[in-house]
Design a protein. Structure first.
Length: 274
């Protein structure tokens, strides 16, 4: 229960971070943020305090969810600090802005995801908006790449999740039904490839979809700072999370295949002995 309470509080802090960092938010906006944070905290507590899993995947396969949470929290906090520095600059916000600008300019090359995010802005967007979106997109994309690299090292070098003991597919993959039909190994391998491909394509597809729907949707502006922060954070976090899920499912498929080979080898050895 203590662990579930701590996780719920951390999720609430994550959701409230932009409202806590950014100055001059309206009372109505603050109340909505508090309501959403409370709801997310309660859902997180119920999920992790329950014996039976429901939604959250890899619940007992640390540090998968911890790494994803850390990357999202770092993205939201850094973007909030940079946006705050545009109206209330400090030494910290100036340093973060400089780092983000360097990273954004380095990644902003033709056909890159950052360039596509900048191009989705309306033609009459101000220089301030373009500069912040480039900085935010570059910094968010870099954090997502670091998270994916760290998880790949955990899988390939540190042998995640086998190093934590037995892996329970039912607890860690509650949305995956092994009795739905077909070989479990083939389904896991297919889902892994689909997730990796989808995660790779999303940073390119989302700006294109937003650009095509510009006539139906409001353009990205600085008038709603929290919306802008969460939009950029989701654009970078969701593809990275999907790719990490694909890598994890591929690793589980490899573990099942290795287990089958050992079982078949032991069975054949027993028959030869007999």
């Amino acid at each position: 229960m203590t662990s579930a309470v701590a996780r719920g509080l951390l999720v609430a802090i994550l959701i409230m971070t932009p409202a806590l960092v950014l100055p001059g938010l309206a009372n109505d906006s603050t109340q909505v943020v508090l309501l959403v944070a409370l709801l997310a905290a309660v859902l997180t507590f119920v999920e992790y305090n329950s014996v039976f899993p429901s939604i959250v995947e890899f619940r007992d396969a640390a540090p998968f969810n911890r790494l994803r949470f850390a990357s999202l929290f770092a993205t939201v906090f850094l973007l909030s600090a940079i946006l705050k520095g545009m109206s209330d600059p400090t030494a910290l916000t100036n340093a973060l802005t400089s780092i983000g600008t360097i990273v954004g300019n380095a990644i902003d090359f033709p056909y890159s995801p950052v360039r596509l995010v900048v191009l989705m802005l309306p033609p009459d967007a101000s220089y301030e908006t373009i500069s912040f979106v480039r900085t935010a997109a570059g910094l968010s994309y870099m954090i997502s790449l670091i998270a994916m690299t760290a998880f790949l090292i955990l899988v390939r070098v540190l042998n995640w999740p086998a190093r934590s003991g037995a892996f329970n597919v039912w607890v860690n993959l509650p949305l995956f039904d092994p009795t739905a039909g077909g070989d479990v190994l083939e389904r896991l391998q297919r889902d892994a490839r689909v997730n990796i491909a989808l995660g790779f394509l999303l940073p390119f597809l989302v700006p294109a979809v937003v650009k095509l729907g510009a006539g139906l949707l409001d353009p990205v502006t600085l008038q709603n700072p929290q919306t802008l922060i969460w939009t950029i954070a989701a654009w970078a976090f969701l593809p990275a999370s999907i790719i990490m899920r694909g890598i994890a499912m591929g690793k589980i498929a490899d573990m099942i295949e290795e287990k089958r080979k050992r079982t078949y080898a032991e069975a054949e050895s027993g028959l030869q002995t007999a």
